[in-house]
Write a protein that binds this ligand. Sequence first.
Ligand code: G6P
Length: 482
Amino acid sequence: GSEPAQTAELYDFMVVSNRLPVDRCSPDESGCEDGWRRSPGGLVTALAPMMTKTDGAWVGWHGAPDETLAPFSHGGIDLVPVQLSTQDIELFYEGFSNATIWPLYHDVIAAPEFHRTWWDSYRKVNKRFADAVARHAAPRATVWVQDYQLQLVPKMLRELRPDLKIGFFNHIPFPPPEIFAQLPWRQAIIDGLLGADLVGFQRSSDAGNFMRSARRFLGASVKQQQIHVKGSDGQTTHIARAQAFPISIDVKQISELAQQPEIIERARQIRQDLGNPKTVLLGVDRLDYTKGIRHRLKAYAELLADGKVTVEDAALIQVASPSRERVEQYRILREEVEGTVGHINGTYDTIQNTALRYLHHSYPVQEMVALYLAADVMLVTALRDGMNLVAKEYVTARTNNDGALVLSEFAGAADQLKQALLINPHDIDGLKAAIMKAVHMQPAEAGRRMRSMRKQILHHDVDLWSADFLAALEEKVIRDDS
Ligand code: G6P
């Protein structure tokens, strides 16, 4: 439940992200409790476990337009809401964040749009976040800024509060300088990020891209992972470090759920409801053009057409959780995906069996784990993805070491899950071959691969990720001070 915070508190540790871990909802929506539900996306999945165990506050937007809320606490986390107006949502969130930066950073899969009004709003809203943090941060507090919506906050915060330790983590890819170059405000963005003492990325290639851009567009001197940041007088103000910290999941939570009798029973029920096919395949994504859902459906449709899979023997479940529904490219994608789903099912379904079960919903984690347990084959076919936590969740849920993961090499998770069936989703024949290999994989090989992947994740859970990042931030600042 929610209870009001007592007094305006100062915090030694603060996380800042565009979204708070909870999102406003109306009571008639499913999964809505007391007007709140869990926010979508990997960022919240990764940070919520740490914040429930840590003293500190989370600064962010609560998902509703034009609503001003006082700080409160929810699920054991102190929350400091930042207000976004209807216009901020349109220009800062849907515009600059999700129609400029998002496509630009994901290999321009969709064309980014550049509008000065969006940029003005991005700056204004970033300043609002920085101001909120500056008001609530105790002297010399540690502040950890998250993701692409808030890239100007590190510098703004350093100007307001030079006493703070500032970390930044980018949850999505950072593009090569040749693509980043398109951004009219490329210097200001690099400059904004370099306000941090430590800038973290998912893959070492992302960190490398960032350092090359810092050199190219700011003329910064970059040695190893150290970037010398200069003030307007040309003097070095501080040294920022850029480094990869691959994010992970709450391994304990997922493996415990995967062993609960009710969830195991629910998985059995799911298979039975599908008519107990030999093979259940699964895709789980936000409905986003970066996820390669169209490529996956194309490959699956061809396998049905070739007679390599049949509706009697196999069923594909595609969960596509609603996302950014007012952004044009997302509307187009939904139309296309739903058209394709209709086409596939119309062609191959029988009265008894379905080729494809398409679900435009989001589900609580218990149901997700039941789906992971029900699926023999997990399909992660992203065209570009910072990490992809769904891949890590699937592997973690397979406590019997069975099942097969088809994983795009363009997802950050491919750097860690080398025993997955790695694919290039643009290569439809290669993707089809990998799906068939997964469908027919012998238990011995599946077990070997799954054990090796599980070991990797079990030893690198999200607690280690945040501990590593914060230790590196601490160490960096201490070294600078000395
Ligand atoms: C990704 C991003 C997050 C974002 C989430 C959901 O995981 O890295 O920053 O919060 O998607 O997207 P949304 O636009 O609904 O916040």
